[in-house]
Ligand binder design. Structure first.
Ligand code: PLP
Length: 479
């Protein structure tokens, strides 16, 4: 994590393959139904080597690096150090391989934070408010506030009018934004399109808010006709709205101006709070010329973005910005900290702001602009090549998420770490996704498809309802 000196891709020879990691498990943990542990500890069961069924309530440890108590003479023999070094070396190799074959999640894996390795010896913690120093002195608030100022400027909110903090992830930004909305309108109903990230619905459950799901267009954008109909059914209660600046699966950007117009034209003027979930494209939109502007000059309440996605921070983090006037309702003084706390978590990662500060300084506005343009170009390249090869695909105008048919073979899905939903999968083109990587992926996909869909065997699924007839190349919609 901290002290990363780049992702090390250059260190590994092309043909050097990651050795499998040692399987350290207790035989009593092996289950006889082929269950594998997921990264979240939920058991998953292989079905014919294909789809994986999630087995709830089962915590299967098929593979883990067990902690072994040191032997009395370990220090003398050095055996323990050698064992740990070999596990770590092999783990590192597997990370290099997994980094090379990653396409499905919106993480920019291309970075070099070597200069920050000197800080790994410090337990940097920004617990409490970014603007009020606590008694804990090993913090990085000076970096945090610099980063927050940068984002507030991008989203057009004056220094003395904003409040914000560096979160642990985009989810925490959503939890915070929606909480602020609920505090501003305690009897508000939460509206979110059905393609919103699951953290939005998690927030509704956590805060016990009434939540109304709004339909989406084929693109994945919120359908403002349905939004209007749902607002009119609940005219007597204020509205808290989650607006997506990039949906998780299709990378669709909700039309913020149309959402505001729909609210104002239907009797909700001054009775709404908008949280913009920019986890995915929050930092890309400002650099896309034709993109609708996310700005606090519009009647929005908060914006959040993930720091480990487009920015490329090696640890999960995010940025949350809201209006200062909203935050006082959330704040409480904490004597133990000698600070104020309006955040969701307690301790806060003090390394993350330094990583963000470092990248923002290095790349600057122009650097991000170039990277955004490259991602959009590469995404178009992938979509066009897929279509030329007879694979149905969709790419929203403001997006670098290419949506296409779910590969038939789960092994292929895992190999390229694709994110799938129903019949569709996607590749999110981030700065670390090069044309060479896309070519290698596509060549493999084309070759595999020729086996999966041999004459007379299975045929590709129809994607008309997912990506539109015009983008679907199934046997019925093939042109
Ligand atoms: C639209 C959207 N919102 C929120 C999140 C959650 O972000 P994080 O994974 O940083 O918690 C994601 C994650 O992919 C997302 O796509």
């Amino acid at each position: 994590m901290v002290g990363s000196v780049g992702n090390g891709l250059m260190d590994l020879g092309e043909r050097e393959k990651a050795e499998p990691l040692p399987n350290e498990f207790d035989p009593k943990d092996i289950v006889d139904d082929g269950s594998l542990p997921d990264s979240n500890g939920v058991g998953t069961k292989e079905e014919n080597g294909n789809s994986r069924e999630i087995v709830l309530g089962r915590n299967v440890h098929k593979m883990c690096f067990a902690i072994k108590e040191p032997e009395a003479d370990d220090e003398v023999t050095g055996e323990r150090e050698a064992y740990m070094a070999s596990v770590l070396a092999r783990y590192r190799k597997s990370l290099i391989d997994r980094t090379k074959h990653h396409l499905g999640y919106p993480y920019n894996l291309d970075f070099d934070y070597g200069a920050l390795s000197q800080l790994q010896h410090f337990s940097i913690n920004n617990l409490g408010d970014p603007f009020i120093e606590s008694n804990y002195g090993v913090h990085s608030r000076q970096f945090e506030v610099g980063v927050l100022d940068w984002f507030a400027r991008i989203w057009e909110l004056e220094k003395n009018e904003y409040w914000g903090y560096i979160t642990n992830c985009g989810t925490e930004g959503n939890l915070h934004g929606i909480l602020v909305g609920r505090e501003v309108f305690p009897d508000g109903i939460l509206y979110a399109s059905s393609e919103s990230h699951y953290s939005v619905f998690k927030a509704a459950r956590m805060y016990r808010m009434d939540c109304v799901k709004v339909a989406t267009l084929i693109s994945g954008e919120i359908d403002c006709n349905d939004f209007k109909a749902k607002l009119l059914q609940n005219k007597n209660r204020p509205a808290v709205i989650n607006v997506n600046i990039g949906t998780t699966v299709k990378g669709a950007v909700d039309d913020l101006d149309l959402v505001i117009q729909t609210l104002e034209e239907n009797g909700f003027k001054d009775r709404f709070y908008i949280h913009c979930d920019g986890a995915l494209f929050g930092l890309m939109m400002p650099f896309v010329k034709r993109a609708p502007k996310v700005s606090f000059k519009k009647p929005i309440g908060s914006v959040s973005v993930s720091g480990h996605k487009f920015v490329g921070c090696p640890m999960p983090c995010g940025v949350q910005i809201t209006r200062m006037k909203h935050i006082n309702v959330l704040s409480s003084n904490v004597e133990y900290l000698a600070s104020r706390d309006a955040t969701i978590m307690g301790s806060r990662n003090g390394h993350a702001p330094i990583f963000l500060w470092y990248t923002l300084n290095r790349k600057g506005y122009k650097g991000f602009q170039k990277e955004v343009q490259k991602c959009l170009r590469n995404a178009h390249y992938l979509k066009d090549r897929m279509k030329e090869s007879g694979i149905g695909a969709m790419l929203n105008e403001l997006s670098s998420t290419v949506v296409f048919e779910r590969p038939k073979d789960e092994e292929f899905v895992r190999q390229w770490q694709l994110a799938c939903s129903g019949n569709i999968a996607h590749v999110v083109v981030m700065p670390s996704v090069t044309i060479e990587k896309l070519d290698s992926f596509l060549n493999e996909l084309i070759q595999k498809r020729s086996c999966w869909y041999q004459e007379g065997k299975a045929s590709p699924p129809c994607l008309a309802t997912d990506i539109g007839e015009e983008n679907c190349f199934c046997s019925m919609h093939k042109k």
